[in-house]
Design a protein around this ligand. Structure first.
Ligand code: SF4
Length: 684
């Protein structure tokens, strides 16, 4: 209903929301953002979704914080940058002196640029002296990166979005691109309407599930037996690619014996799907040629999340769906630069470019002119454990609402409460800052700085300054450098612009060496891109895997999660996102998108609603073993009986009070997708 003036200038940049990485032009009038319009790029081909197109008003929200603050006697006080930086550096140094550098943890951010994440881990390692550095990839797709790196050698999507139009079949597992990666969802839907086959593995009847040739509504927590059953079908019915197996795959015989125990008829009941449907799904996937697999957090956010991705890689290896167009194993990354944050080295066990500290460390030391710490770093979840145990004393989080985002909020509170120092660097006083913050450093938004993002298909794209800095807000890269200076170690932190930081990254990351700003002006390129004449690599593993000529099938035994329903907690809750909103709602709830979906809802099947005497709009108390939340009911045929779904966008509803402390066995991503709960009606 607003009357908007016509923009007088348009600037091209990259959407800040999901990992699709759509290109857009941003129109401004008098230092104010007025409109966004799509660009005809290879990613979004002239389209934007409701987030990219309309959810930008957060930038001018009245509660945006643009002055540094320190909390004194429980009250936030505005201070100068000099005071804030001096306070921050003095407190950090005191902790280093008293407890050692490993008493500090640094968290990079998907909201920040590649350059800023690179500087964050450089500061953690070079200035503070710790490998305790991580980012929000820990809670979403670190399982994908681990699985892909372990089995194929590169921890990223194997193919490009360009391949969607080449694929003849799709296997979508635990992913709802229509709502969470809308431009990719639309491209897949278009391809399916043109005749490509579609298998959807999802407990809910999503829009694409309703369109699918086979919808496997798997019981949450049973991905492993389901994927193994598909593998067993491929082998039993001789649907495998014999020549690909002979040339590029090892361990087939042992795998075939192992996986025979997971024949569809044996596991169908526990998975909650029909055996014949599992077989039909395997047949469609094998017959597609090429068949493209996309997966999301419905695979990774489980106790066996990493192993779930490995089980999917088995399917691609068995059918030869790797190393060619229209195929592959492709995690759909949730946030704009979550791939980049981890790739830049915000990871406790690897440096920029996912390079091992042991092997690449000497090169980094030579370029940085400093020794790297040798202690194994803590990941985000281990930092929380160490904080609860009194071993971690400070955390520095930028662009990341740790308290709201982590599972089992009571546990997170128990970790954050005893910290001596909580540095929050953000646009708004988020829940972490409000409850636990010590110092608040006001950051620039992505409209107010230059840099690069890395999307889901390994494409590096520019973001560009559209607006001037508001008040005292500063880009994250400026703030990190300033803290290094106040810690007395400005060497290596005196870059005048993001391009200079990027050039140092290219020096240290062989697969990104060819991605100069000059080239990125005119195009987006998928890494590996080792030199400036290289065209980029949209498809990985064409002739050989990064682990070698062959890759081994992985025998993944099913281990049920300890988070089980019982008489006290008889329903299974899963969580996820909705189309108009994004993650913690920090940005999207400060835009007109809030009107499109004003609240999170507790979605349930009509039969459950009837059994509990609930109707649309009733408020219900949801209790888990970890906490409780009040949520409005939404009755929908998309849900199966006995299962519930809610999104986690509204800070006041705080859905992560419910979720459990079970973690992925290999990389500790929380099991957001399985929580046993019970319902108590509270009113109409
Ligand atoms: Fe932005 Fe993702 Fe929507 Fe594209 S699909 S406009 S990147 S939120």
């Amino acid at each position: 209903k607003r009357v908007l003036a016509a923009p007088t200038s348009w600037t091209r940049t990259t959407c800040v929301y999901c990992g699709v990485g759509c290109q857009m032009e941003v129109g401004c009038v008098d230092r104010r953002l007025m409109a966004v319009r799509p660009v005809d790029s290879p990613v979004n081909r002239g389209h934007l979704c409701v987030k990219g197109r309309y959810a930008f008003d957060f930038n001018h929200a009245p509660d945006r914080i643009t002055t540094p603050m320190i909390r004194r006697d429980g009250q936030w006080q505005e201070v100068t940058w000099d005071e804030a930086l001096c306070f921050t550096a003095t407190r950090l140094q005191a902790i280093i002196d008293r407890y050692g550098p490993d008493a500090i943890g640094v968290l990079g951010s998907a909201r920040a640029t590649n350059e800023e994440n690179y500087l964050a881990q450089k500061l953690a390692r070079m200035v503070i002296g710790t490998n305790n550095v991580d980012c929000c990839a820990r809670v979403c797709h670190t399982p994908s990166a681990k699985a892909l790196k372990t089995m194929l050698g590169t921890g990223a999507a194997t193919n490009s979005f360009d391949d969607i139009e080449v694929a003849k079949a799709f296997l979508l597992c635990g992913v709802n691109p229509t709502e969470n990666h809308p431009i990719v969802g639309a491209r897949i839907k278009q391809r399916v309407l043109q005749g490509a086959k579609l298998v959807v593995v999802d407990p809910r009847r999503t829009e694409l599930a309703a369109l699918a040739d086979v919808h496997l509504a798997v019981r949450p927590g049973f991905n492993i037996p389901l994927f193994n059953a598909m593998a067993a079908t491929l082998i039993e019915e001789d649907l495998v690619d014999r020549s690909f197996l002979a040339e590029r795959v090892t361990e087939f015989d042992d795998f075939a014996v192992f996986v025979a125990d997971y024949a569809p008829e044996r596991v169908a009941d526990s998975c909650g799907v029909a055996a014949e449907a599992i077989r039909a799904a395997a047949r469609l996937y094998a017959a597609g040629q090429p068949s493209m697999c996309f997966h999301g957090l419905g695979v990774t956010e489980h106790m066996q999340g990493t192993e779930g991705v490995m089980a999917l890689i088995n399917l691609a290896l068995l059918t030869g769906n790797l190393g060619k167009a229209g195929a592959g194993i492709n995690p759909l990354r949730g946030q704009n630069n979550v791939q980049g944050a981890a790739q830049m080295g915000c990871d406790p066990v690897s440096l920029t470019g996912a390079q091992s500290i042991k092997e690449a460390g000497p090169h980094f030391e030579a370029v940085w002119g400093a020794r790297l710490p040798v202690n194994r770093g803590l990941d985000l979840l281990e930092m929380m454990d160490a904080a609860k145990a009194g071993q971690l004393k400070a955390i520095w989080a930028f662009g990341y609402d740790v308290y709201l985002s982590l599972a089992h909020a009571a546990d997170t509170a128990a970790a954050l409460s005893p910290l001596d120092l909580v540095i929050v660097q953000d646009l708004f006083l988020n829940q972490t800052a409000a409850a636990f913050g010590t110092v608040f450093l006001p950051a620039a938004s992505f409209f107010e700085k230059d840099g690069t993002f890395m999307n889901s298909d390994r494409r590096v794209q520019r973001i560009r300054t559209v607006l001037p800095l508001p008040g005292e807000a500063r880009p994250d890269w400026w703030i990190i450098q300033a803290v290094a200076g106040y810690l007395g170690k400005p060497q290596g932190f005196s870059f005048g612009e993001p391009e200079a930081i990027w050039d140092e990254i290219r020096q240290l990351w062989p697969a990104g060496a060819g991605l100069s700003y000059a080239r990125l002006e005119g195009e987006s390129l998928n890494w590996p891109c080792p030199d400036e004449s290289h065209p980029g690599t949209p498809i990985l593993h064409r002739d050989r895997f990064a682990v070698g000529k062959t890759a081994a099938l992985a025998r993944i035994a099913f281990i049920p999660t300890p988070e089980q329903v019982n008489d006290d907690y008889p329903l299974l809750l899963t969580t996820g996102r909705t189309l108009p909103h994004f993650n913690a709602g920090t940005m999207s709830y400060r835009t007109p998108n809030a009107e499109l979906r004003p609240t999170d809802t507790l979605d349930m099947a009509p039969s459950d609603a009837a059994a509990y005497g609930l109707a649309d709009g009733d408020t219900v108390r949801v209790r888990s073993r970890y906490g409780e939340a009040l949520l409005p009911v939404r009755v929908t045929e998309a849900m199966q009986a006995g299962q519930l779904f809610t999104s986690f966008h509204r800070p006041d509803l705080f859905v992560n009070r419910l979720t459990s402390s079970v973690r992925d066995r290999m990389v500790h991503a929380p099991e957001f997708k399985v929580t046993a709960v019970r319902l108590e009606k509270t009113g109409g």
